[in-house]
Design a protein around this ligand. Structure first.
Ligand SMILES: *Cc1c(COP(=O)(O)O)cnc(C)c1O
Length: 450
């Protein structure tokens, strides 16, 4: 057993784990404590191997996202297309032109690998990319508004999941938040009245995960732009998701695009790479060339820059956007978001008898209509009609216990608990055979002694 562990992880770790276990044993003996039965001879080795396994086995691993939330932040958001994976592979296994211009054989700029594509897809004069959209906002404010005021509507002081809050980011950047308007209504004159000598910028923030309905009013970029221009202040918009295509044309809830926002008069727009865009985690800063240049020269840019793997993946994803006719089929995020209920229903019909058979004696299974969510800061009220395999545990087993067992398979199956059932939303399921193979493990799990 110890020899086998040496084969897997090497001698150093196994020896250190054995020492750790014998040390525990020595301390217990010295104190005159009763020894746990694990400390008989093979038990000792088993204990050491358990330590080795805990340290060496990956906790970051693939799962099946059957939650119905397509861009699930905790499950890694967008899935990358094949072309992006190949591109990452290529730059990982060989030296690459990350900051090298082949023409002159001299130093190059890493942004240049994607800037022209981003400009083409957004209509921007210039673009730069950083680690994520939170970093993009932080960098913009640091470069354009440190020590000065930024005017934001009270209705747009949002908190996105994972502790991204506009007032806190503002503070980190050394800018002073100047709130205007009220929670439900902000007018152009509110911005106008707040402008003073200390003002550095006007900012708009996409409310992303919440909506103010009823008696409400916000000021659009098109309305704000003339004011910003007259006062020579940059208008910055944090767009959040920032789809590069017209979502409504795909039958999905409408989202403003960076191109529309720039055309409406925003000077700088920021958005995420791994939300609706369907790419790797990154954040875009697009807009006026002089402002992008100031942002790029800020020292924080170096700390927030992209690595070669992300750049390679991003370039590959952006090239898919050049061919709108094949985009939806080739980009997993859009492919999954645009699946029709009939497609999940047909898939469910195929899977149902097989799943019911694999779960015989454990759960009753049927097909049920449900609703998926886009996720990642998209409105929770916008739902996509979907279909789920609905598992109802048998023999009085709590549904939490069934859900826990599905999380113990080689590629864990993550569903959603609702009304005493475990719902496996089929929208993001594209590997039926592998999925069934996981369920097949449940039978053997059960027959193992506890
Ligand atoms: C999601 C979101 C962010 C944070 O983007 P990340 O890419 O997750 O860092 C910032 N602002 C808005 C409006 C968002 O929706």
């Amino acid at each position: 057993m110890a020899q086998e562990a040496v084969g897997r992880v090497g001698r150093t770790l196994v020896v250190s784990a054995l020492r750790q276990v014998t040390e525990q044993l020595r301390v217990a003996l010295a104190k005159g404590e009763a020894l746990p039965s694990a400390f008989d001879d093979p038990g000792l080795v088993r204990e050491a191997v358990a330590l080795v396994d805990a340290l060496s086995s990956a906790s970051l691993k693939p799962v099946f996202n059957l939650t119905g939330t397509v861009l699930h932040t905790n499950l890694g958001r967008a899935l990358l297309p094949e072309v992006a994976i190949n591109a990452v592979n290529a730059v990982m296994t060989r030296a690459c032109t990350l900051e090298y211009a082949l023409d002159g054989g001299e130093r190059g700029e890493r942004d240049e690998h994607v800037e022209a594509l981003i400009c083409r897809l957004t209509g921007a004069e210039a673009a730069t990319v950083v680690n994520n959209n939170a970093a993009a906002v932080l960098l913009c404010l640091s470069a354009l508004a440190a020590g000065r005021e930024v005017i934001v509507s009270r209705g747009e002081l949002v908190e996105i999941g994972g502790a991204f809050r506009i007032p806190d980011v503002m503070q980190s950047a050394g800018s002073v938040l100047r709130e205007v308007g009220t929670t439900n209504r902000t007018h152009l004159r509110d911005y106008e009245n707040a402008i003073n000598d200390a003002t550095a910028a006007l900012m708009k923030v996409h409310p992303s995960n919440y909506a103010i309905v009823g008696f409400s009013r916000s000021v659009t970029e098109a309305e704000l732009a003339p004011l910003a221009k007259a006062r020579k202040l940059p208008l910055i918009t944090d767009l959040g998701s920032g789809s590069l295509v017209d979502m409504a044309a795909l039958g999905l809830p409408a989202e403003p695009t960076p191109a529309q926002t720039l055309a409406a008069g925003a000077d700088i727009v920021t958005f995420s790479g791994d939300k609706l865009l369907g790419g790797p985690q990154c954040g875009f800063i697009v807009g006026r060339a002089d402002l992008v240049e100031r942002i790029r020269r800020h020292p924080l840019k170096r700390a927030l820059r992209l690595d070669k793997m992300t750049l390679a993946a991003l370039h590959a994803v952006l090239t898919l956007y050049l061919d709108p006719d094949t985009l939806v089929q080739r980009l997993p995020t859009l492919r999954m978001l645009t699946r029709q209920r009939s497609s999940m229903h047909a898939q469910g019909q195929r899977l149902l008898p097989l799943v019911a058979d694999l779960l015989r004696g454990m759960a009753a299974v049927d097909l049920a209509d449900c609703e998926s969510q886009i996720g990642s800061g998209s409105l929770p009220i916008d739902r996509l009609p979907s279909v789920a395999l609905r598992l109802r545990p048998l023999a009085g087993e709590p549904v939490q216990a069934l859900a826990a067992r599905l999380r113990q398979t080689t590629i864990p199956l993550i569903g959603r608990i609702h009304a005493d059932c475990l719902w496996l939303d089929l929208r993001c399921l594209e590997q039926d055979e592998e999925f069934l193979a996981q369920l097949a493990q449940l039978g053997s799990q059960r027959s193992k002694p506890a």
